[in-house]
Design a protein around this ligand. Structure first.
Ligand code: CTP
Length: 418
């Protein structure tokens, strides 16, 4: 296929109609205001890949904030601007949000050579970005609407599935880019070129300079994206895990664990389900027997509960011998699906079937009766209610009870009222 130098066709066919219309509107305003306006960043990459992306980023050669104000005048809506960054977010009356940035600083940096600087300033904007595939822009001005600006040959790298940084200090300047590189590799099934990989490897120590929040933000994005097992392995290649005292030898057991987990999840959850990132992040810690070292990185109550559950489960290997809902339910009742699945997939020699089967049935568990119902049926309130209701849950899990009526019948038959 020949290379594209204009993306108008792609934009009109691949973007949602309302977004395309918005770009046409922006185009019209740019013509009237005589400023150069570009669509920029991830959305340009995703247009080529036909990957959904509703983050519309616009950059203006000149003053982005005044242009955003112009858009409000022309089409309504509101803006929130950050004067010191020269950026604004325009909320269109239909609710869509557009980020508008400016290259104004560069623009005024060399006022003597205006036309050059205009062109150079977009280039400077692209030049400070992470990878060639993210450093493309599409011109929106009416006369050249759709024209691709691609000084670093991002299109070529998209075709060869390559993640390539623009310059050697890129990862040093911004270590979060190491995670971004791994994320784009997993998401698109791309690969870093050898130089980018080497530099990522050499710069991994810089990750320590990031705050915990920023690092975890990146890890979350990574493991909530496609192919988390690939991402995990890549982080082993980069020796990322060493900083947590996780041994390289855990690579293999971690691989088995993550693959088993991915496989089993599809069975327990019918619809497409995104496993919470912590399930993946915890694997190398677990396999290296340093689960305590994960504590500082737990960000929510849910994360903490997950780790607590896993720790409690790992001391109950007898669970792996149990087969019936009658045995399993009282023991597993209060643990989340995620913690249980993490536990049963941790070792390759475990027969996970009975527990997986139990979880599949547990998903559909209905509580047909409450203590209130039992009182209404004439039972005297007491602590023993709890055991009866638990036994009822097991009966439901076993398919012996499947409605409110059959639950009452079961109750009256199995439990006397005195
Ligand atoms: N960018 C960068 N360095 C970073 C983060 C972002 O150079 N550390 C640039 C890239 O050009 C990127 C753009 O800013 O395309 C927008 O960033 P962001 O919205 O975070 O990412 P996307 O590339 O759009 O990716 P995603 O689909 O994950 O949002």
């Amino acid at each position: 296929k020949p290379k594209l130098d204009n993306l108008k066709e792609l934009m009109s066919t691949r973007l949602p109609e309302s977004t395309y219309q918005l770009l046409k509107d922006i185009s019209k305003s740019s013509g009237e205001s005589h400023v150069n306006v570009y669509l920029i960043g991830g959305i340009v990459r995703d247009l080529f890949l036909d990957y959904p992306n509703d983050d519309v980023d616009i950059t203006v050669e000149g003053d982005g904030i005044s242009f955003a104000k112009q858009l409000v005048e022309d089409y309504g809506g509101t803006i929130v601007s950050h004067e010191s960054f020269g950026t604004a977010t325009w909320t269109h009356p239909n609710g869509e949000q557009i980020d508008v940035t400016s290259t104004r600083l560069e623009y005024y940096a060399r006022p003597a050579s205006l036309p050059d600087v205009e062109r150079a300033s977009l280039k400077m904007d692209l030049n400070r970005r992470d990878f060639t595939i993210n450093s493309m822009a599409v011109r929106l001005n009416p006369r050249s609407f759709g024209k691709l600006v691609d000084p670093f040959h991002g299109q070529q790298d998209l075709r060869s599935n390559t993640i390539r940084i623009l310059h050697n200090l890129s990862f040093i300047e911004d270590p979060t880019r190491i995670f971004r590189a791994v994320r784009f590799e997993s998401r698109f099934n791309f690969k870093m070129d050898s130089q980018t990989l080497t530099l990522a490897h050499n710069s991994i120590g810089r990750i320590k300079d990031l705050s915990e929040d920023r690092m975890i933000g990146q890890i979350k994005a990574l493991f909530n994206d496609r192919a988390p097992s690939k991402a995990m392995l890549r982080l082993f290649d980069l020796h990322f895990w060493r900083q947590f005292d996780i041994q390289d030898e855990c690579r293999e057991s971690s691989t088995i664990h993550v693959k088993q987990l991915e496989g089993i999840y599809d069975r327990v959850f019918e619809e497409e389900y995104t496993i919470n990132w912590i399930n993946y992040f915890a694997i190398p810690f677990y396999q290296s027997e340093v689960l305590d070292k994960i504590e500082p990185y737990l960000m929510s109550r849910g994360d903490r509960k997950f780790i607590q559950d896993v720790k409690a489960l790992m001391n109950q290997s007898e669970l792996l011998e149990m087969e019936t809902a009658w045995e399993l339910h009282p023991k597993l009742k209060n643990y989340s699906n995620e913690a249980i699945l993490f536990f049963v997939t941790a070792r390759p020699d475990t027969n996970a079937e009975p527990i997986v089967d139990y979880l599949v049935r547990r998903q559909k568990l209905v509580n047909y009766l409450t203590g209130e119902d039992m009182i209404n049926e004439g039972y005297k309130p007491g602590k023993y209610f709890r055991n009866i209701l638990l036994a009822l849950e097991v009966a439901v899990l076993n398919g012996e009870v499947d409605s409110r009526e059959s639950a009452i019948e079961w109750l009256l038959k199995n439990h006397s009222k005195s």
